[in-house]
Design a protein around this ligand. Structure first.
Ligand code: FES
Length: 103
């Protein structure tokens, strides 16, 4: 399965992501700039913040309660499709997903 990150300069990184892997881990493994994952995916850092491309937002669903609270303290501005990428787990439904990396 594949995921694509769009960077601030318009460049993109597309990588293979295995089913069950979260998209923070996948970003870190593929050296996507500005997706840090400082807390290792335990919902306590918000350094994995991304904007889900609008076309994909329905499939990723909405943030849970703790994620929602963390998004309020993320460094980059929160937008309508903001998610913490450690909480998005790759599945067949998300194959081809596009994420925009906040600058
Ligand atoms: S990696 Fe820390 S909240 Fe996602």
């Amino acid at each position: 399965m594949k995921a694509t990150w769009i960077l601030g300069d318009g460049k993109t990184i597309t990588a293979d992501v295995r089913e069950g892997q979260n998209l923070m881990e996948a970003a870190v493994a593929n050296n996507v700039p500005r997706v840090i994952g400082e807390c290792g995916g335990s919902l306590s850092c918000a350094t994995c913040h991304v904007y889900v491309a609008p076309d994909w937002a329905a499939k990723t669903g909405i943030a849970g309660e703790f994620e929602d609270a963390m998004l309020d303290v993320a460094e980059a501005e929160r937008q309508g499709t903001s998610r913490l990428s450690c909480q998005i787990v790759m599945s067949a439904d998300l194959d081809g997903i596009t994420l925009i990396v906040p600058q």
